[in-house]
Design a protein around this ligand. Structure first.
Ligand SMILES: NC(=O)c1ccc[n+]([C@@H]2O[C@H](COP(=O)([O-])OP(=O)(O)OC[C@H]3O[C@@H](n4cnc5c(N)ncnc54)[C@H](OP(=O)(O)O)[C@@H]3O)[C@@H](O)[C@H]2O)c1
Length: 289
């Protein structure tokens, strides 16, 4: 099996490279830019992969509010052209989306399923939802994988790290750490998502799937677990999203039901607490080498 992997320089892309079974040709943004569709199509025509995995995205949630064109150029129009190229070349397209396609229904506290109506409340989520629809309508053999709160040892380049690293950095600076307690989701370790994606990609059970670690928590609870597991006594306080004052609104509850993925006979991903422990162990090993 030959794979083309886009967004290979990102945190998920890096962890996927070693987990896809077969020949993996990994492209960073410099080697395959979603906003340069002719070059990308030519590269795919030359390579002739069976499966294209797209980890590339415009992920700057707050900046997207004032720069929708940038978010849509990558997450919608670039993805549209990729989907068309995959259709024309007969490739399977594995594409990632986000829990931020939800949020409009502020009262729901039941994990969202793939058949629930999405309703984004920010430009980033809207651009990702547009990308989902374009993949689903244009490329028949697709997997659209919605996931949530990613963290991996490589950190998100665009965001300059990940939530766990941000928490550890703030605690090391000895500053009080204020974290939103009114947004719940399921933080997900990129290693676990990469393994799950590798298993899903070859099933031929095409469609839309939610894939995250198990369980759920608020970002405040996640931060508390990071400090507890790391043996750090931080001055941690819960705040509201309003107090935090981010530019973009985020869903209050974006926990995703993963039962459709599990119904394929694939194992549920481990609880987020175990995934966090594994991440901290891996991080420790990486820092020692
Ligand atoms: N991070 C999260 O919490 C989260 C949550 C839910 C869903 N997701 C989704 O999961 C997927 C993987 O996210 P991630 O956290 O691994 O992201 P990431 O670490 O930020 O990686 C994204 C990669 O995309 C590249 N990229 C940006 N614009 C591009 C373009 N025009 N053409 C080609 N590559 C481009 C970036 O390159 P540069 O480094 O050069 O900018 C970066 O290497 C994305 O689809 C994302 O929307 C992420």
């Amino acid at each position: 099996m030959r794979y083309a992997l886009l967004g290979a320089g990102g945190q998920l892309g890096r962890d996927l490279q070693s987990r896809l079974q077969g020949e993996v040709v990994a492209w960073t943004r410099e080697q395959a830019d979603l906003t340069r569709p002719m070059d990308l199509r030519a590269a795919l025509e030359a390579l002739r992969p069976e499966i294209v995995v797209n980890c590339a995205a415009y992920n700057l949630v707050d900046k997207a509010e004032s720069y929708p064109a940038g978010a849509f150029a990558v997450n919608a129009w670039g993805v549209r052209d990729l989907a068309l190229a995959c259709r024309d070349l007969g490739c399977v397209l594995v594409h990632f989306s986000t829990d931020y396609v939800f949020g409009l229904d502020e009262n729901n506290r039941i994990p969202w399923t793939e058949t629930d109506a999405p309703g984004p409340i920010g430009v980033y989520g809207l651009s990702k939802l547009a990308g989902e629809y374009l993949v689903r309508s244009l490329c028949p053999r697709h997997f659209v994988v919605r996931t949530c709160g990613l963290y991996g040892v490589w950190g998100s380049g665009g965001k300059g790290g990940n939530f766990v690293e941000t928490m550890l950095r703030l605690a090391a600076q000895g500053k009080p750490v204020r974290v939103v307690a009114d947004q719940s989701c399921t933080p997900t370790y990129t290693v676990d998502l990469a393994a799950a994606t590798a298993a899903l990609a070859t099933t031929e059970r095409y469609g839309l799937y939610h894939v995250t670690n198990s369980g759920s928590c608020s970002w405040y609870e996640f931060a508390a677990a990071i400090f507890e597991r790391s043996g750090i006594k931080a001055e941690l306080a819960p705040i509201t999203s309003r107090e935090f004052g981010a530019t973009a609104r985020r869903p209050a509850y974006s926990v995703l039901s993963t039962s459709a993925y599990h119904a394929l006979g694939l194992p549920l991903l481990r609880p987020w607490q175990e995934a966090l422990a594994a991440y901290l162990d891996e991080r420790g090993r990486k820092n020692r080498t």
